[in-house]
Design a protein around this ligand. Structure first.
Ligand code: SF4
Length: 413
């Protein structure tokens, strides 16, 4: 078995843990942001409705900024205030409301899970983190801990990106923060720290601290309510970690939580020495030709053809202008020909490559893909009969396009 990490990386002093909890919760009570899901969770007496309200917010907040989520959250809760209402929605409605929020499989899985709670669990949300994670699709360890602690008062910790940053700084953890050894240690810490009388508030306070004070680039250490417990801050002030009696010093031997010997403390970085992550893989480059097909509608307004993407994979089930992934390094003429052939299959009539007007390029960054859309347009004079054997498709006017389940990338196009 690996040797346990040195004590200075842990929270092993009960009095210190108690003081840290008190300072953090007092700060949270004074400074927490007013957020709609907090208001709902605080006033909702029905446990299932409370769990649902927190669950929706946690899923939306994965990968998305609070400021963006608020409007989506309010519209979602207005449209589907209960699990039962969401279970009856169509995937198309879910995608329409989710359009622009990104990572579309989140909405789909939320709805699948709501259906499962209604049909298999008699409408009753699981009450513990373990059951939430086991029984609900799309609910991972973090989301389960957040729902269980905030909605049902279970004394269980949470570890998200904000908590990783705060804990790594509090305890000078400089080993790769995405490595299983560090992640396991952080979960253990979060479970030790969580306040059993106010677990939901404590977890939110830790995340709030990471989001508003212990921020990635320029943390506000001077205003931090837990600075006296922070090893990184002490190290910045005094040039070394606080002395902890009875522990072996890190830096000798292979401490699993210290920065690697090849990347020691850099005093110009201060507390932002922590956390550290292994370098990310660069995003994959992709090129896609896309064509805005336009016709005059019966009332004279222009209409545009949109088609539905497959029900799995990137942007599953969303609508887009007819598009075709391209090989890298194709000549422009060849790109145009391939797109013309693709459109021909849609419309069942010849499309001349020369008739496609090049409009420009749109770049959109997905988490792991650097996507370039090469945009063309084509105006149609006569009517077109679309092949019903192909993916679903429809003509929409501009307003309908914006109200449809289309991605931000397509709106840019
Ligand atoms: Fe973060 Fe600074 Fe507070 Fe430490 S003192 S927890 S680094 S804000």
């Amino acid at each position: 078995a690996p040797a346990p990490p040195p004590a200075r990386h842990l929270f092993s002093d009960a009095a210190e843990v108690e003081a840290l909890r008190g300072n953090l919760l007092a700060w949270y009570d004074r400074c927490k942001r007013d957020l709609p899901w907090r208001a709902l969770a605080a006033t909702e007496m029905d446990a299932d409705r409370r769990g649902y309200a927190v669950w929706v917010s946690e899923i939306m907040l994965q990968q998305t900024q609070v400021a963006t989520v608020i409007d989506y959250y309010n519209r979602w809760m207005q449209k589907w205030p209960t699990l039962q209402a969401l279970a009856q929605a169509s995937l198309e409605e879910v995608n329409e409301l989710w359009a622009g929020l990104g990572y579309y499989s989140r909405g789909k899985r939320l709805q699948e899970a709501a259906r499962k709670v209604v049909s298999e669990l008699a409408g009753r949300m699981p009450r513990t983190a373990e059951d939430l994670q086991k029984l609900l699709p799309g609910v991972g360890r973090y989301t389960a801990g957040a729902i269980a602690s905030i909605s049902y008062g279970q004394a269980t910790g949470v570890v998200d990106g904000n908590v990783i940053r705060v804990l790594c700084r509090l305890r000078c953890i400089g080993a790769d923060s995405s490595s299983p050894a560090v992640i396991d240690q952080l979960w253990d810490m979060a479970n030790v720290l969580v306040d059993s009388s106010r677990p939901g508030d404590f977890n939110q306070a830790l995340m709030e601290l990471g989001a508003t004070v212990c921020v990635p680039k320029a943390p506000l250490c001077g205003k931090c309510p837990v600075k006296q417990h922070c090893q990184a801050w002490r190290r910045k002030l005094f040039g070394k970690p606080s002395p902890v009696p009875d522990v072996e010093d890190c830096g000798v031997g292979d401490c699993p939580l210290c920065p690697p010997a090849t990347e020691p403390w850099d005093s110009s970085l201060g507390v932002t020495n922590f956390p550290r992550k292994a370098a990310k893989k660069p995003p994959r480059a992709m090129r896609t030709a896309t064509c805005v097909l336009e016709r005059r509608g019966c009332h004279g307004a222009p209409e545009y053809l949109i088609v539905q993407r497959p029900s799995s994979g990137l942007l599953a089930g969303l609508w887009e202008f007819p598009s075709l992934p391209l090989a890298q390094d194709l000549q422009e003429e060849k790109e145009r020909e391939e797109l013309a052939d693709h459109l021909q299959a849609w419309m069942g009539q010849p499309v001349a490559a020369k008739g496609l007007q090049f409009i420009g390029e749109v770049i959109h960054i997905f988490s792991h893909i650097h996507q370039t859309y090469v945009v063309y347009s084509l105006h149609l004079d006569g009517d077109v009969t679309l092949d019903p054997a192909l993916s679903p498709s429809r003509w929409v006017v501009e307003d309908e396009f914006h109200a449809s389940a289309v991605s931000t990338a397509m709106k840019k196009v």
